[in-house]
Design a protein around this ligand. Structure first.
Ligand code: ADP
Length: 607
């Protein structure tokens, strides 16, 4: 798409530079010019000029021990050193010369007038004109000039073009696409809707975690409808000066109305659309910008042909006034892709690279559970890069599998030197996880175990891959998961009778799960179905804030500890009962460093 960019720097910036140049000129250049007009002569010349009567005025500067004097028309200043001549005042009096103890005024020549006044003014005006022209050019000659130019919207305009993104480029996300297809239909054929009296939503909010294709969907709507697409990020509205953001909003809507039908896309709308809390010291600029946005959205008719799409991953922080019907009437969830979605996204991106025919996309999609569209695109690209690194012409299944691990755990560390004992501990740790997972029912099958250190700091890991889509988890499954997480530490204890730092991430994850079971999912007998924590930002890490008293909080901590230690005990028991298998599998893993789930299962099932 062709992109026309508008300027960012306000005019005040350029005037500031011009002023600085002017000051520097007067401070540095002018004194030098004046200095150069002073002619230095010896004392004898001075006396003889005095005797001739050609001296007009003199200034005796005793602090500097010099005499400045002028002759004739006074245009040249002479300078000579004072030589302790006691009779000088008398001589000056005799010659009828006016003399002072202070600086004498130089009769300004026309040249110095020109230099000190005209040139700076010319520079100042010229620079101003130049900058203003540059600004006008960049802004595409649009609109009346705003004071300091800060009111210009910096929306990027994508002019319609044949190679625009289409819905077919966005894989999965069928519900979101269905929803947006209606908009495209409307932009193609508005009368179909207006005849019956229906009006299109003015605004549509795309809500979902980062990298799920919200921007892509908005571009696809513009591409399908073949209309201009204005794109701006919420943060670009917020300026240093109060009122500038509001001016930008006005300008954006003005431009959009001129170009209607068109699509305006505001990315990260939460930066300006945050709830107004009215607290002292709040962000006035942001609030004014939001107020302007609300006013503008009310100000145009539903059928004017301007459709506003906005994206956010923090919907809970948006001001209710913004999300009410009549503004952003519709909310379209753009969630992380499910198994089919992931497979489709992988296929779309795989078309861009050369890839072997026998790649099992379904398996890759299963391995990349929880990955967003952007991560999947990255996985495919990493696979292609790996193929190039190995000097191959096409990417293979192994490239894709390795790049998933790169995305999860970082690159393999080539020169991490573990001692023999450490390597053994890591082998037991990972086998512990895998064995506890495999010996419980309702656990995802083990796909791969490795003890090759990674750049993320992981010394090894066990990859479990679900068979299909999984939307609900039972209490038992969650407990099993906690037991699996504690399995690593349990194996260290069972075999070596010691504990290491290797279990820190396991501990963190197990605690998070156990806490969520009690505070969010109502899975404890003591508290029942009571919300004890509310999730504050669902799409960005899912942080939770406490919604209970301090006493309850203490009890929750107690219950979390009990739950985890119960599962830890269970994991240890499983491993103790299967001690022979633990040893056998760990030895095997120690030898091989990486084993597949199939190898693991065949050793486990061997009599
Ligand atoms: P968001 O705006 O939700 O953060 P983007 O739309 O910017 O995410 O997506 C980032 C990149 O991820 C896209 O350029 C694209 O390569 C890839 N991507 C994300 N979702 C999809 C999808 N559903 N289909 C194809 N590619 C996708």
């Amino acid at each position: 798409m062709n992109e026309v960019k508008t300027p960012k720097k306000p005019l005040i910036y350029y005037y500031g530079i011009a002023l600085l140049v002017l000051l520097l000129f007067n401070l540095l250049v002018m004194p030098a010019i004046r200095q150069s007009e002073i002619v230095e002569v010896d004392y004898g010349t001075f006396i003889s000029m005095l005797d001739e009567g050609s001296v007009l005025e003199a200034q005796l500067d005793e602090s500097e021990n010099v005499v400045y004097f002028t002759e004739g028309d006074g245009s040249t200043i002479y300078k000579t050193a004072m030589v302790g001549d006691q009779e000088l005042p008398a001589r000056l009096l005799d010659a009828g010369v006016k003399f002072y103890g202070t600086e004498i005024q130089q009769e300004s020549s026309w040249l110095s007038v020109v230099l000190s006044w005209l040139i700076p003014i010319v520079i100042f005006v010229g620079l101003g004109q130049f900058m203003a022209k540059k600004l006008r050019d960049q802004a595409g000659g649009g609109g009346g000039s705003m004071m300091f130019g800060g009111g210009k919207s910096s929306a990027k305009i994508y002019v319609k073009s044949s190679e625009g993104i289409k819905f077919s480029d966005v894989a999965g996300e069928d519900e979101a696409k269905d929803n947006l297809k209606e908009i495209v239909e409307y932009l193609h054929n508005p009368s179909k809707y207006t005849e019956i009296g229906a009006s299109m939503p003015k605004g549509i909010l795309l809500v979902g975690p980062p990298g799920t294709g919200k921007t892509m969907l908005a571009k696809a709507v513009a591409g399908e409808a073949n209309v201009p697409f204005f794109s701006i990020s919420g943060s670009e509205f917020v300026e240093m000066f109060v009122g500038m953001g509001a001016a930008k909003v006005r300008d954006l809507f003005k431009q959009a109305k001129e170009k209607a039908p068109c699509i305006v896309f505001i990315d990260e709308i939460d930066t300006i659309g945050k709830k107004r809390d009215g607290q002292l010291g709040g962000n006035d600029e942001r609030e004014q910008t939001l107020n302007q946005l609300l006013t503008e959205m009310d100000g145009f008719e539903g059928n004017s042909g301007v459709i506003i799409l906005a994206a956010t991953n923090r919907p809970e922080s948006l001001d209710p006034a913004l999300t009410r019907p009549g503004r952003f009437d519709r909310r379209v969830p753009v969630e992380l892709p499910d198994l089919q979605g992931r497979e489709a996204i992988l296929r779309v991106h795989a078309k861009k690279i050369k890839i072997a025919d026998d790649v099992d996309f379904n398996k890759i999609a299963r391995m990349a559970s929880g990955a967003s569209g952007a991560e999947l695109a990255n996985i495919v690209n990493e696979a292609a890069l790996r193929a190039v690194r190995d000097g191959r012409k096409v990417a293979t299944q192994a490239d894709l599998e390795e790049s998933i691990e790169v995305v999860i755990a970082g690159y393999q560390k080539k020169n991490a030197i573990l001692t023999d004992q450490e390597k053994k501990i890591v082998a037991y740790h990972e086998t512990g996880h895998a064995l506890v997972a495999a010996l419980q029912s309702h656990s995802a099958p083990v796909q791969k175990i490795t003890i090759v250190p990674r750049t993320s700091g992981a010394l090894g890991y066990t990859m479990q891959v679900e068979e299909g889509n999984h939307y609900l988890m039972t209490k038992e499954e969650m407990e099993n998961k906690i037991a699996t997480l504690t399995g690593g530490r349990a194996a260290e204890e069972v075999k070596f009778g010691l504990v290491t730092t290797g279990a820190s991430t396991d501990i963190e994850q197990a605690t998070k799960l156990a806490r969520a079971m009690i505070t969010q999912y109502g899975m404890s007998d003591d508290f029942g179905m009571v919300t004890l924590e509310t999730v504050t930002n669902q799409y960005l890490g899912g942080d939770a804030t406490l919604a209970c008293s301090a006493e309850t909080q203490a009890k929750i901590d107690q219950k979390v500890m009990e739950l985890i230690s119960r599962q830890h005990e269970r994991a240890r028991k499983i491993l103790e009962e299967n001690r022979a298998k633990l040893d056998e599998l760990s030895e095997y893993l120690y030898e091989k460093e990486t084993i597949t789930g199939d190898e693991f299962m065949s050793i486990l099932n061997r009599k």
